[in-house]
Design a protein around this ligand. Structure first.
Ligand SMILES: O=P(O)(O)OC[C@H]1O[C@](O)(COP(=O)(O)O)[C@@H](O)[C@@H]1O
Ligand SMILES: [Mg+2]
Ligand SMILES: [Mg+2]
Length: 353
């Protein structure tokens, strides 16, 4: 006899998910509300991104032909500035923060006395993948939450310099064909999709899992000749495919938005890498530790993956600067371990020579 159709599982909103997490003791009431504020700000950014050429939000920021340059020395896009303003304004009044820091601001900012304040520190990359804005390719927002150290009422940059293991929450939103929020509070990595008609995030994948093994890598190959020898050797062996020591063919993908590349890896596995190269060696790498590498590493580890600088677990790096840069290898656990092994073997051989 044909069985009756199953009743569809009731959908779980972000708010319901966070209340569940609070009941389970995974988030404090303040952290729950802070996440709601960030999610609301990201919805506003999603609307701004979605306006595209019609909304006058494309192109460079600045006026009178003068480019606006951020602390990284990079020309800001209009949407970098808009996204930063939206996150600043929403969170300044949120009531759950002691201070915030952004890719787009030279220094962190304490929440002024006149505003409601809390005990968390928020760091964010307001718009990740800026080079993709004007060509209508996925961009995103990345954020990380730390505790403000006890007794500190006016946090400065130094109070944000905590290793990634201290994060209490990390997440990103990706503004692509759909807008998604991917979140961890240290109990798995969960994905929510923005229901544009209702205007709210709905849980679409509980407990994302990254497969241990992969046949897909993501790296900007145009930098190949600038890489260190162990990276050259590692990618050389990937490219050799079935004829090389890895014994299998690898595929390559590079969106050039970390959010989109890491989202793919959280969804179907792979390794994402922005290694050290001779162009960025003096700065320590290309990607930023505090608001790119650390939050993404927390999400990836919580989904069963691994993340490393090539020589050290990312989350254990002791930060020395708010805008510090690091080399990055993250994704499928065994593949990250293999990439790290190339670096460690190279270093041992160099030490022995
Ligand atoms: O242009 P490249 O060298 O491929 O670099 C792309 C990388 O730079 C970034 O766009 C840097 O982020 P921002 O756009 O926030 O500066 C990453 O998202 C991406 O992985
Ligand atoms: Mg970025
Ligand atoms: Mg950015």
């Amino acid at each position: 006899m044909p069985s009756l159709p199953q009743r569809p599982a009731p959908s779980v909103s972000l708010t319901q998910f966070l209340i569940e997490a609070q009941r389970a003791g995974h988030v404090s009431p303040d952290l729950r509300l802070l996440i709601e504020v960030v999610a609301r700000a990201c919805k506003r950014i999603s609307i701004a991104v979605g306006k595209g050429a019609l909304g006058g939000v494309l192109g460079e920021a600045g006026s009178a032909g003068e480019a606006s340059i951020n602390i990284q020395g990079e020309a800001q896009k209009k949407l970098d500035v808009i996204a930063n303003d939206v996150l600043m304004e929403a969170n300044a009044w949120g009531g759950h923060l002691a201070g915030l820091a952004s890719e787009e601001m030279d220094h962190s900012q304490p929440i002024p006395d006149v505003y409601p304040r809390g005990n968390y520190l928020l760091l964010f990359d307001p718009l990740d993948g800026s080079s993709n804005i004007d060509v209508n390719i996925s961009v995103g927002t990345i954020f990380s939450v730390l505790r403000c150290p006890d007794g500190v009422t006016t946090p400065g940059d130094e109070h944000f310099l905590q290793p990634g293991t201290e994060q209490v929450c990390a997440g990103y939103t990706t503004y692509g064909p759909s807008t998604m929020l991917v979140l961890t509070v240290g109990h798995g990595t969960h994905a929510f999709t923005l229901d544009r008609e209702i205007g709210g995030f709905v849980l679409t994948t509980r407990d994302m899992r990254i497969p241990d093994e992969t046949k897909e890598f993501a790296v900007n190959m145009s930098n190949q000749r600038f890489w260190e020898p162990p990276m050259q050797a590692y990618v050389g062996d990937l490219l050799a495919g079935t004829e090389g020591p890895r014994g299998k063919d690898f595929n390559m993908r590079w969106v050039a938005s970390m959010v989109a590349d890491v989202h793919r890896i959280l969804t179907r596995g792979g390794i994402f890498s922005y290694p050290l190269d001779s162009k960025c060696a003096a700065k320590g790498g290309k990607l930023r530790l505090m608001y790119e590498a650390n939050p993404m590493s927390f999400l990836v580890e919580q989904a069963g993956g691994a993340s490393s600088t090539g020589r050290q677990r990312m989350l254990e790096v002791r930060p020395t600067g708010l805008h510090q840069r690091v080399p990055v290898f993250m994704g499928s656990r065994r593949e990250v371990e293999t990439a790290v092994d190339y670096h460690l073997r190279h270093d041992r051989a160099a030490d022995a020579a």
